[in-house]
Design a protein around this ligand. Structure first.
Ligand code: NAP
Length: 481
């Protein structure tokens, strides 16, 4: 069997390693960039880190004794993925710098793949590992292109632009912006943070692992496995299982901790009120920070809460008429989250286009398989679990499920396998119903919501996700022989 994997980020590397382990070693990873690492390769903004503990945000089969901190920085995470990929002989089998532009299901029951360079390939199975937070979302603000200084999105950070002494503006207050504020406030001349919506900020300590602790992990790897399991349970119970019920005690506890953080650490009552969120905690993805409130109270930092009217050559003008003069404008405005495999042109059985199947919005049975697109399996696909937990864990569970679908083809039980349309529609109806009691619909906007305001995410507990991923219900699949 030949397998094509699209994307050499966390999920693509995982796929290569697990396919090898299953004895399926005829595969190629297609990667449009020139290095592995995905989101960790692309996000190099100051302060980039993972707010999921490093000993949880690790492959379960490649635990890492040398994590420097409880929440390690982005460059260390990137180095980890590169190391794991090299150690498992993945890198050599990545075709770098070549973007997959088209996939076509042939009459012979294989996928025909075309890349931007004109290279073609045929594969029995395609694994889409293209990530979720991938395509930058640029804000629709009048005059943005007239700005005379440097302007870039956080996922396209321009390291040639000096920040020392500069007047820097940041638009957005998501997890990304909050990490940047804490990292650059001491360096810049002045920082303006343009806040449209205040955030709940969960306080976080970030202790370093002493060399002795790292040595102990290396000597007793089972302690890392225990820690991984403990953290997994903690994050399942504390976040993933909690957000599906807006009235859960965990959400109330998170709100209390965030409010205490705000009351105890923001001295000026006016600033405190402007930072106070008016919706439920975890409605947007919860922001975790040890230094944001401290940073925004520095004398060279301003929280701007007047709405932005337009961008001008000299800076950002707010609706109160004030021009906030800037040298650098950072767009921390998030990502388009409904692209997934697109803009790839994907044609399934009978020439059916994925773009049509995903109009008006993307969907996949259990976020993995799309009817009429056999043997095309998605990792971290539409409507899957996302939140304050490890997407590595999600991808590992999904891969184990996908491996069982691949086994159907490998064993000769069928040539192609895809979710049945009725199974996907039933699943979707149940998903939309379940989403109604989650915290994501309690009165905020966020990237979790689709164009109808319905959460485009897994609305059940993480425990249920584990159960669903344990084994495919094969009667929910159509098999092509
Ligand atoms: P985000 O959470 O989508 O936040 C975008 C921000 O930009 C929001 O504050 C939004 O305001 C603001 N915004 C967008 N358009 C605007 C406009 N036209 N005018 C003014 N403000 C505007 O994006 P993000 O911070 O990049 O984070 C995205 C996700 O990446 C996170 O939720 C998380 O899943 C992931 N992430 C994870 C980590 C980690 O440590 N694990 C770190 C960074 C990011 P509104 O709130 O008013 O819409």
């Amino acid at each position: 069997m030949r397998i094509a994997i699209i994307g050499a980020g966390m999920a693509g590397i995982l796929s290569g390693i697990q396919l090898d382990a299953a004895g399926l070693d005829d595969w190629t990873i297609y990667e449009k960039a020139d290095r592995v690492g995905g989101t960790w390769r692309e996000n190099t903004y100051p302060g980039v880190a993972c707010d999921v503990p490093s000993h949880l945000y690790s492959y379960s089969f490649a635990l890492n004794p040398t994590w420097s901190h409880l929440f390690s920085p982005g460059d260390e995470i990137q180095a980890y993925f590169e190391r794991v990929a090299t150690d498992h002989d993945i890198v050599r089998r990545v075709r770098f710098g070549d973007e997959v532009t088209a996939l076509r299901w042939t009459d012979e029951g294989r996928w025909h793949l075309t890349t931007a360079s004109g290279h073609t390939d045929e594969a029995d199975v395609v694994i889409g590992a293209t990530g979720v937070l991938h395509h930058p979302r640029y804000p629709d603000i009048a005059g943005l292109d007239t700005f005379a200084g440097a302007c870039f999105h956080t996922a396209r950070w321009d390291h040639d632009v000096p920040l020392a002494g500069a007047r820097v503006g940041i638009i957005g207050t998501g997890s990304t912006a909050v990490q940047i504020v804490g990292a650059i406030v001491d360096e810049v001349g002045h920082l303006d943070l343009f806040q449209r919506t205040p955030q709940w900020i969960l306080p976080q300590q970030n202790p370093a692992y002493e060399p002795s602790a790292q040595a102990a992990f290396a000597e007793h790897p089972e302690t890392m496995a225990d820690l991984h399991a403990t953290l997994s349970q903690l994050f399942s119970d504390g976040f993933a299982n909690a957000v599906v019920n807006a009235d859960s005690p965990q959400i109330r506890g998170i709100e209390a901790a965030c409010l205490d953080n705000l009351e105890s650490n923001v001295a000026d009552p006016d600033l405190r009120e402007r930072l106070r969120p008016g919706y439920r905690a975890a409605c947007k993805r919860l922001v975790v920070s040890e230094n944001f409130y401290d940073a925004i109270q520095q004398p060279n930092a301003s929280l701007v809460t007047e709405a932005i009217e337009r961008v001008e050559p000299g800076g950002v003008r707010t609706v109160d008429g004030v021009l906030h003069e800037l040298d650098v404008l950072v767009l921390a405005t998030g990502f388009q989250v409904d692209a997934f495999l697109r803009p790839m042109d994907v044609a399934g059985v009978g020439g059916r286009r994925l773009d049509e199947a995903w109009n008006p919005r993307p969907n996949a049975y259990l976020s993995i398989s799309v009817p009429d697109f056999p043997n095309l399996f998605l990792l971290n696909g539409p409507n899957g679990p996302v939140g304050n937990f490890s997407l590595i864990e999600v991808a590992e569970l999904q891969f184990a499920y996908i491996a069982q679908l691949i086994d159907q083809v490998r064993s000769g039980a069928c040539r192609g396998i895809a979710a049945r349309r009725d199974a996907m529609e039933d699943h979707e109806a149940a998903r939309v119903e379940a989403a109604k009691s989650t915290v994501w619909v309690t009165g905020c906007t966020s990237w979790y919501l689709d164009d109808r305001g319905i959460p485009a995410v897994w609305p059940w507990t993480f425990d249920r996700f584990r159960e669903e991923m344990a084994a495919p219900k094969l009667d929910h699949y159509e098999r092509i022989t």
